[in-house]
Structure formats: structure tokens, C-alpha cells
Design a protein around this ligand. Structure first.
Ligand code: UDP
Length: 236
């Protein structure tokens, strides 16, 4: 399976067509952006870590009954995935207060919720990904009622699987962002990535941040944090 032409270049990944119209190849970059694109940089080794970690987690989710776009890892940075049309929603699940939640509602970070929360943002760079509710998503025709129900169900299921898995590695899954896509027959599958770029990971003992917040907040030690998460997942 080889790349034919580049279809798209995003902030952290490139997407290429293949000979199979139902499959594309994603190529993960070391480029990082944050704060709505205002902050740009690179995190050495990030592309390979995010690629390998995403693929491992997608396969774990498949084993637990969650359909995903994963097909085959080609090499450190590149993976064959099913071609989807992305539902233009960022789906965020939170177990513990942090980031925009803490800021928006004026609470400290680290409050453990009795139940996880879900929220949606409209994926639209020009509008800066505004927070919306599911009625807004319906009004804007971003997804059908059935799709929204399915997305909620899948997202909470994914949270249960990932929360338990990361805790077994001594990591608290604070919050994360998911994206879903439709296959050519309309089936909804989990797409995009699950990595330290898209999740908040806190060491369960020390509370140390092991994710992109180290880059967003200029804390230093970003590469080490990504490597630490890689080592926990792949057991070095
Ligand atoms: N997130 C993401 N992409 C985005 C926005 C958020 O992957 O464009 C992830 C982020 O890494 C975190 C979770 O979603 O794990 C919640 O992010 P939050 O809303 O707190 O926004 P932030 O403070 O990171 O801007």
C-alpha cells in the first residue's frame, strides 16, 4: 500500500490518498500548535509517539467493541486508516476539572467529578471551534439525532476503557478530545488520534503532567513527558 497524492495537511498530520478509495494514509508530524494556533513549535519525536500510541489504543478499543478507523501501522509515523468524512465536532470527555473547564466555570483544576462530563465544540477554525450543545449541532446539520446519541454512547464507553487502562499504568486520564467519522456506508467510527496531544494525563502518585500542557504552559520537559507516556504504554 503506497501513498499516491497528498489530500490534506493539518497542524499535526498529513493525509495521503492510496490506490484503495476506501483507505488513506496518515503521517504524523512533530509540529505542535496550541492556544488556537497562536503558539507554534515542534516536539521532537512526537509524531512517532502519537502514531504508535494512537494505534495501540485504537486496537484496545476495537477489542472492547468500539469501531475505529484503524487498519494497519506502516512504520513509526505512518498508518493506513479507513477513509471517513469527519463529523465536524470535537467531543470532549472530562473526568477531572482542568483547562478550559476550570477557566470557564471559575473552579480550580483537579476536582474529581462524580460522573464524567461531555461537551461538543464545532470544528471550525474561522470561528475558533466554539462550544455548542447537541441541539445546536442538530440545528447546524453537523450530525443527525441518531449520530449524536451514538457519539455520546461511544464516547462514554471509550472513557471507561481508557480510564481503567491508564490507571493500570499509574496515570489519571483527566480529559480528552475525540473525533468521529462516517464510512462510505454511513457507519460511525472513532477517528483521528488519542495521544498526549489530545488527552490530559497526570501521574497518579505525583500529579505530574505527562501531556501537551507542558508545551501549552511553557513548563519544559515536554519531550520527556511524551517519552514517559510511551514507556508506560509500551513497557520500557
Ligand atoms: N483538546 C484537543 N484539541 C483541541 C482542544 C482540546 O485535543 O482543539 C483536548 C485537550 O488536550 C484536553 C481536552 O481536549 O485533553 C480538553 O481541553 P480544554 O477544553 O480544557 O482546552 P484547553 O485548555 O486545552 O485549550
Amino acid at each position: 500500500m503506497g501513498k499516491t497524492k497528498q489530500l490534506y495537511e493539518g497542524k499535526a498530520k498529513k493525509v495521503y490518498a492510496t490506490e484503495n478509495p476506501e483507505e488513506v494514509i496518515v503521517s504524523y508530524k512533530d509540529d505542535a500548535t496550541a492556544l488556537d494556533g497562536l503558539k507554534k513549535g515542534t516536539i521532537a519525536g512526537k509524531g512517532a509517539i502519537n502514531n504508535r500510541m494512537t494505534n495501540f489504543l485504537m486496537q484496545l478499543l476495537e477489542k472492547n467493541g468500539v469501531p475505529t478507523h484503524f487498519v494497519e501501522e506502516l512504520n513509526d509515523r505512518e498508518t493506513v486508516v479507513k477513509k471517513v468524512s469527519i463529523v465536524p465536532l470535537e467531543v470532549i470527555i472530562r473526568n477531572i476539572s482542568a483547562g478550559s473547564f476550570a477557566k470557564r466555570y471559575g473552579v480550580e483544576e483537579g476536582i474529581v467529578f462524580t460522573q464524567p462530563t461531555i461537551e461538543f465544540s464545532y470544528k471550525n477554525d474561522d470561528l475558533h471551534d466554539p462550544l455548542i450543545n447537541s441541539y445546536h449541532a442538530l440545528a447546524l446539520n453537523l450530525a443527525t439525532q441518531e449520530e449524536i446519541e451514538k457519539i455520546k454512547e461511544m464516547a462514554f464507553k471509550i472513557n471507561e476503557v481508557l480510564k481503567e487502562y491508564f490507571l493500570s499504568l499509574g496515570v489519571k486520564l483527566v480529559d480528552f478530545k475525540l473525533e468521529f467519522g462516517r464510512l462510505s456506508d454511513g457507519t460511525l467510527v472513532l477517528a483521528d488520534e488519542i495521544s498526549p496531544d489530545t488527552c490530559r494525563f497526570w501521574d497518579a502518585k505525583t500529579g505530574e503532567k505527562l501531556d501537551k500542557d507542558r508545551f501549552r504552559r511553557d513548563m519544559g520537559g515536554v519531550e520527556d513527558a511524551y517519552r514517559e507516556m510511551m514507556n508506560r504504554v509500551f513497557g520500557k
